[in-house]
Design a protein. Structure first.
Length: 135
């Protein structure tokens, strides 16, 4: 299974950077074994408000999340995720929300997380890939 960070979903709906939008679209539309993390869905709904001046409104954002729910497995947080997140914060100096996303991935055996926000390529067996990084 694979998951994406909030930034991937934002870029998909943000027309200001067509290169990143294309990469995000290719990744999301091609992901047949996707996992929608609760934390990412909530972050996306909050962050998508920045797209309102570009004509992307709240109704579209909520519909987008509903559409993803129909094709991807949704992961809801558990108390174990919070415990794991605390451990990850201490070991890797991650923010609370980043550690929650990684802990949720680890909880359901996600193999790869696509995001541009993390400074790590792997944490506890979870591969972390920045799809926008040019090798």
């Amino acid at each position: 299974m694979n998951a994406v960070g909030t930034n991937i979903l934002i870029y998909l709906n943000d027309p200001r950077d067509l290169t990143k939008q294309g990469i995000a679209a290719s990744l999301v539309f091609g992901m047949t074994d996707g996992v929608l993390l609760w934390q990412v869905a909530c972050e996306y709904l909050a962050a998508s408000r920045k797209l309102e001046p570009l004509g992307y409104d709240r109704k579209q954002a909520y519909q987008y999340i509903r559409d993803l729910q129909q094709v991807w497995y949704t992961v809801l947080p558990t108390w174990n995720v919070i415990d794991r997140a605390e451990n990850l914060m201490n070991r890797f100096s991650l923010s609370h929300w980043d550690s929650m996303i990684i802990a949720a991935c680890l909880e359901v055996d996600v193999q790869t997380l696509y995001t541009e926000d993390f400074g790590y390529s792997s944490i506890d067996g979870l591969q972390i890939i920045n799809p926008f990084k040019v090798s």
